[in-house]
Design a protein around this ligand. Structure first.
Ligand code: HEM
Length: 394
């Protein structure tokens, strides 16, 4: 058994400047020296080895997502596919999964490709482009709106709402974020509810969901709406972050450009490798439903466990050359999209959007180059840029 809880193991602070800039050395030190470690400030166990992370994600009987299983109340408005656990979650998850697979993803990919081309054309006229605002955000908003079959809200307004919600994910570290987060969630609810209450156009993923839940109980109908919010806001913010991280990695690894140009078939595996290498979702939390041992460390019922995807994805016991980009890495069972019953519902779509971005950069011979300091946002759960100045000229 490990000794008692450790205070901030190895000084790990997800929000300090050096960790925000490059979390991987700190995460590697944690994984090597205290792979299951209690963090006093975060009040949770940090799990950093791939196999341990996988075990927590797979074993939803022992590791709950839904706090109500431990007697902790959850506001009704938060109950969605992301919070409910099996068996309650099952029908909802399969409804959204089926709706996703009913979409014409080739058509979606083509229309996203068109948006990317237009944005790149505009970017080419500027020597320095703020790529989050000019490329990642508009592409993500167009893609997610198209998938859901809704009219996109105005970008600037929507980006502000989404940013506030994203920041409030770290309310555990900073309680001042709770109230603005609540207001932004109310705005999101209003928007998503309007898609359910307006009659008329009923296409896309939400059209499918609406058609298949016309007879749902009020409780089920509420879960469906809350899950639609997660799809829209979670999908948008994660995709935006992923597009930014991918552009940054490409800009800082010009050596991969010739490899991709010579073997365009590499793009599909390359975009997965880019998510493993520097994905947007750093971790997730679960609650132990009983006393349990993880790698010889005793975790008590009710304690919070944080699975650090970012650490697991660089675990040398699972990935050869974990700190290098291996564009044709196969298999690549990284945890960038999670695993198990709460694994990402948008994986297929996200992979396509990332691939079409790389394909379009290749087609237009546009290779991103760094064009100034790129500060990260001070957010622990989502790894993303506050600003990303790039040159995007063919
Ligand atoms: C590259 C982009 C993306 C990445 C890296 C990503 C990553 C993730 C991860 C790691 C989780 C699991 C979190 C956990 O276990 O607690 C997750 C869940 C989820 N993602 Fe994504 N995501 C991406 C894009 C999207 C998109 C575009 C959508 C919507 C179309 C989406 C919808 C969801 C939903 C609904 C969940 C919750 C699933 C559940 O709890 O059952 N994601 N995502």
């Amino acid at each position: 058994m490990a000794a008692g809880p450790m205070t901030s193991p190895l000084g790990y602070d997800p929000l300090d400047e050096a960790t925000l800039a490059d979390p991987y050395p700190q995460l590697a030190a944690l994984r090597e020296q205290a792979s299951v470690a209690w963090h006093e400030g975060m009040e949770c166990w940090l799990i950093t080895r791939y196999e341990d992370c996988l075990r927590v994600l797979r074993d939803h009987a022992t590791f709950a997502r839904d706090p109500r299983r431990l007697g902790i109340p959850v506001p009704d408005a938060h109950l969605s596919v992301q919070v409910l656990d099996p068996p309650q979650q099952a029908g909802l998850r399969s409804l959204f999964m089926t709706a996703l697979h009913a979409q014409d993803l080739d058509a979606l990919q083509n229309s996203v490709g068109q948006v990317i081309r237009e944005r790149l054309h505009l970017c080419a006229a500027q020597s320095v482009v703020e790529a989050m605002r000019e490329l990642a955000q508009p592409v993500a908003l167009a893609a997610i709106s198209d998938l859901l079959g809704v009219t996109p809200p105005p970008l600037a307004e929507w980006a502000a709402i989404s940013d506030t919600i994203m920041r409030s994910m770290d309310a555990g570290l900073n309680p001042e974020l709770i109230e603005p987060g609540r207001r932004a969630r109310a705005q999101l609810s209003e928007l998503v509810d309007s898609w359910f209450t307006t009659t008329g156009r009923s296409s896309g993923l939400l059209g499918h969901v609406r058609a298949h839940t016309a007879d749902a109980s009020p409780e089920q109908a509420a879960y469906v709406r809350h899950s639609a919010r997660v799809m829209f806001q979670g999908g948008y913010s994660t995709l935006t972050a992923a597009l930014g991280n991918l552009l940054y990695t490409l800009a800082h690894h010009p050596e991969i450009w010739p490899a991709l140009s010579e073997r365009p078939g590499l793009v599909r595996t390359a975009v997965d490798e880019l998510v493993r290498f520097d994905g947007p979702v750093q971790g997730t939390t679960r609650l132990a439903t009983g006393d349990v041992t993880i790698s010889d460390v005793h975790v008590r019922r009710g304690e919070k466990v944080t699975v650090l995807f970012a650490a697991a994805n660089r675990d040398p016991d699972t990935f050869e050359l974990p700190d290098q980009l291996v564009l044709d890495r196969t298999p690549n069972r990284h945890l960038g999209y999670g695993w198990g019953t709460h694994a990402c519902l948008g994986t297929v779509m996200a992979q396509r959007v990332l691939a079409v971005l790389v394909d379009t950069l290749l087609d237009t011979q546009t290779w991103p180059c760094p064009a100034g300091p790129a500060p990260r946002r001070r957010t622990a759960t989502m790894r993303t840029f506050a600003r990303l100045p790039l040159s995007l000229q063919p």
